[in-house]
Write a protein that binds this ligand. Structure first.
Ligand SMILES: Cc1ncc(C[n+]2csc(CCOP(=O)(O)OP(=O)(O)O)c2C)c(N)n1
Ligand SMILES: [Mg+2]
Length: 860
């Protein structure tokens, strides 16, 4: 019955009537053009809605180019020279990978991806990607990671990389080599954005475009006229779009009207293992997703040589067959020759066959997909740069391994093809008319045309017009003065009667810093819907929440001191429940010194469990991108955040963090420690311009804060380990050493007092950072001077040591290899659970009682 109903509704009740409507529309188009027709359709759709009829409009358009040939702007380049240049770059990229693997087959590398993307890259480099605008910063370009060989090959032509560097592709250990993928850490003056982990590039591109707008709105972008013109480009893969991060910020980009952003998706229909959507059409799927999210979509599917075919296809039969051909079949059509395409595609319908009857098999073979035609690509790129309030995605259809013949074009295994035999190399040379003799081809010689050749002059001229060469990375910016700690943080150095948590201490320090005229505006506080949790809701009113649309509604709490205030010049980034988005904002702000020439200081405060554990890969990318700033892991510690239970209680973030070489992590217990660490961090990042970032765990347990002890110097706190209290029993030498960090230091102090009451002399140490201590010990050991390490200076001898932590025991245990004494570690090694702090600390064995027992047994 249901099926019959469906059949009833799907069938055309009155084909004649339908035909009349279509003809009426055709008449409107003929008389008044497409925009009038569009107006009428919109009016009809609106009317249908009012009548309660769901118009059920598709989000996709036919499988054709979005830009009609008659609307295409004239191509402004020299197509012959550009095609010669891209052929040479293709060759050098291929030669680089194959040479590396001749030297050492384990090195790897990719040929097929860049082969498919070369024209997408080259049109960008020749026409769009600006290195600088009026001497100010230029566009930001995110490049597909495994197409890096093409970028190196271009830089070689430009004279920015030497033949020897090309020859050391993926050989970096002895210097002078080239990274596998875009790695700013390893090539700091070259690569800007690490895109090696699929999905992080698209996400970051959105937030960079957004941050550009944020800087401009706040008057921090330098010359405002330039900043309005800057653009963010990202060339990504169609397979990469499967990553949740790739699509996760589409809504934000549309909502905030980021028309300074273009995604170019190289739709070669394949990923590593096989087709992206064998049974479907990835381009149509992406079109629907992006259009639904509010983006402009420009499809670049067919090259110029298809224009004539479409023009003659009066019945729309070509479009119909392209529409119904699956990607899996398109892949086979890419992997085969003209004859096969004629027999298996065009022969499906006599009308199709007739369309190509005048063409030879070779001509059919050379029919280009849109993503291989610079003329079609540049039309799309130029259109995407027109500001219409929406971001743009360009869906470019290509062939994976384009030009690699049956050795790689469209083959299921093309992604990992990195060896080509001589026959394949010679065929590649012929396919792209490269000026190389057989011997040069077999020897995989790199080719650079003479400096005075038209190609080289053209190449340099184009880049000159676009403000210089790309990619290129700026490494420093103007330093920013840091106010003296006493000016904003004196309270933190004195004892407080009032109980304060370290989160509250941090918030107070932040408030003070925000008031500093020079540093204040450069701070970018970031939250992912937890400002109230961490007690910084006052910032809503104080500095405003950034929203490019300002606040068009009357907030419910307008009369409150803490009113929820959105503002077009707001300073706080409230990212909603998106830790990945918040982290991408943190990266944009933390690398603003490089990407925008304006140093900023991001402080992102979040539930500590949803940091390294949830978005660790983004933090890793931030590290390699040399981001500078503070990450605040709040409500940290497995027993300190007590009620929230297993999923929230963080006992491991410090262990993850310790694996990131330029992240300095801290687990402070007291206000003066927090203040000292913040002060040092800001100096290190903004004045000394060192590429480090700080991870600080801050807690929600409030207790009276002690004053900075007289015997403690800032260097002691910053070394990661210092003596907080000498023995209290009057004995000259301690019998046991107790170490604690974070709130557990208070349990350690209590334990020391209990031990003293038993007549046992205990020394109390605060470990502000086990990883700093361990890194120092490791460095001293490597340098052959272990006796100079902080550990040796503080903890040498055979006095038993007990360390207690709110983190897993692996965190303090980092010190174990460097200690001579008996070392007992108490940690929180288990799933978390809900209960009172006392109960949890007893359960995990990190309360004062457990510490006393551990000390007693260590003394036995
Ligand atoms: C997060 C992550 N997972 C897996 C990979 C390994 N990887 C690199 S490229 C690739 C396939 C990419 O396919 P696509 O995005 O379609 O790019 P194409 O090479 O086809 O242009 C994979 C799986 C990676 N780099 N990052
Ligand atoms: Mg692909």
């Amino acid at each position: 019955m249901i099926n019959e109903d469906r059949h009833f509704f799907d069938s055309d009740l009155d084909p004649t009537e339908t035909q009349e409507w279509v003809e009426a529309l055709e008449a409107v188009v003929a008389a008044d053009g497409g925009s009038r027709a569009r107006h009428l359709i919109e009016a009809l759709v609106g009317a249908a809605g009012r009548m309660g009829v769901d118009p059920g409009l598709p989000l996709t358009t036919p499988y054709r180019n979005t830009i009609n040939p008659q609307d295409q702007p004239p191509f402004t380049g020299d197509i012959t020279i550009e095609e010669r240049l891209s052929a040479i770059i293709r060759w050098n990229a291929l030669a680089m990978v194959v040479r590396a693997n001749r030297q050492d087959p384990s090195l790897g590398g990719h040929i097929a991806s860049y082969a498919s993307a070369a024209d997408l890259f080259e049109v960008g480099f020749n026409h769009c990607f600006r290195a600088s605008i009026n001497d100010g910063p230029g566009d930001l370009v995110f490049l597909q990671p495994h197409s890096a060989p093409g970028v190196y090959a271009r830089a070689f032509l430009e004279g920015r990389l030497s033949e020897s560097q090309l020859d050391h592709y993926r050989r970096e250990v002895n210097g002078g080599g080239l990274s596998s993928y875009p790695h700013p850490w390893l090539m700091p003056d070259f690569w800007q954005f690490p895109t090696g982990s699929m999905g992080l590039g698209p996400l970051q591109a959105v937030y960079q475009a957004r941050f550009m707008r944020y800087l401009a709105a706040r008057g921090l972008a330098g010359d405002k006229a330039n900043s309005g013109d800057r653009h963010v480009w990202g060339i990504f893969g169609d397979g990469e779009m499967d990553e949740p991060e790739s699509l996760g910020a589409l809504g934000l980009a549309a909502r905030e009207g980021l028309d300074n952003l273009t995604f170019v998706i190289n739709c070669n229909l394949q990923r590593l293992d096989g087709p992206v959507r064998g049974n479907g059409k990835i381009i149509q799927e992406l079109e629907g997703l992006f259009r639904g999210a509010g983006w402009n979509v420009i499809k670049v599917l067919w090259g110029s040589d298809w224009d004539a075919l479409f023009a003659r296809d009066n019945e729309g039969v070509l479009t119909e067959y392209l529409d119904k051909t699956l990607d899996g079949d398109f892949q086979t059509l890419a992997a085969t020759d003209g004859q096969f395409n004629r027999e298996h595609f065009f022969a499906r319908d006599p009308r199709l066959q007739a369309l190509v009857a005048h063409m030879t098999d070779d001509q059919i073979d050379r029919l280009r997909r849109g993503g291989h035609d610079p003329i079609k690509i540049s039309a799309a790129y130029l259109q995407s740069m027109q500001r219409n309030g929406r971001p743009t995605v360009i869906l470019a259809k290509t062939k994976k391994g384009y030009g690699m013949g049956h050795w790689g074009q469209g083959t299921m295994t093309s992604h990992q093809q990195k060896k080509l035999d001589e026959e394949a190399l010679l065929a590649f040379r012929d396919r792209f008319n490269l000026p190389l003799d057989d011997d040069a081809v077999k020897a995989l010689q790199f080719y650079r045309p003479p400096a005075d050749s038209p190609e080289m002059q053209y190449l340099h001229h184009r880049r000159e017009q676009l403000g210089g060469y790309l990619p290129a990375r700026q490494q420093t910016a103007e330093p920013i003065a840091i106010p003296p700690l006493e000016k904003y943080g004196a309270f933190a150095l004195q004892a407080t009667e009032r109980a304060l948590s370290t989160t509250m201490v941090w918030a107070r320090l932040l408030s003070g810093l925000l008031r500093d005229n020079e540093l204040g505006p450069r701070i970018v506080p970031i939250v992912a819907d937890e400002a109230r949790t961490f007690g910084i809701a006052n910032l809503f009113r104080q500095i405003g929440i950034y929203n490019p649309q300002g606040q068009q509604y009357q907030p419910q709490d307008a009369d409150s001191m803490l009113t929820y205030r959105e503002d077009a010049q707001g300073q706080l980034l409230e990212e909603g429940i998106s830790e990945a988005g918040a982290m991408a904002s943190w990266i944009a702000a933390g690398t603003a010194y490089s990407a925008h020439g304006t140093a900023m200081l991001p402080m992102y405060i979040y539930y500590s469990m949803f940091g390294f554990q949830r978005i660790g890969d983004l933090i890793w990318a931030a590290a390699e991108q040399r981001a500078r700033g503070f990450l605040l892991g709040a409500t940290a510690g497995r027993t300190t955040l007590n009620g929230e239970g297993l999923q929230h209680q963080d006992g491991s973030s410090h262990v993850f963090m310790a694996t990131i070489p330029n992240c300095r992590s801290w687990d402070p217990a007291f206000a003066y420690e927090v203040a000292t660490i913040m002060d040092r961090g800001m100096r290190e990042m903004l004045i000394e311009q060192r590429d480090v970032f700080y991870y600080l765990t801050v807690m929600n347990e409030a207790y009276p804060q002690p004053a900075l002890p007289d015997h403690v110097q800032p260097e002691d706190i910053l070394s990661g380990l210092y003596c907080y209290r000498k023995t209290t029993t009057g004995k000259s030498k301690p019998q046991v050493r107790l170490i604690g960090s974070g709130t557990i230091l208070l349990e350690v102090i209590k334990a020391a007092e209990k031990l003293a009451a038993m007549g046992i002399a205990a020394e109390v140490w605060s470990a502000t950072s086990y990883s700093e201590v361990e890194r120092d010990a490791q460095a001293c050991r490597k340098a052959g001077t272990p006796e100079k390490s902080r550990i040796s200076n503080c903890l040498s001898g055979d006095i038993p040591i007990v360390a207690a932590s709110d983190y897993v025991s692996a965190w303090p245990a980092r010190m174990a290899p460097y200690l001579d004494a008996t070392f007992t570690v108490l940690g929180t090694d288990d799933f978390g659970r809900s209960d009172s702090r006392e109960a949890l600390r007893a359960y995990f064995g990190v309360d004062s009682e457990s510490i006393v027992k551990a000390a007693q047994s260590a003394l036995c």
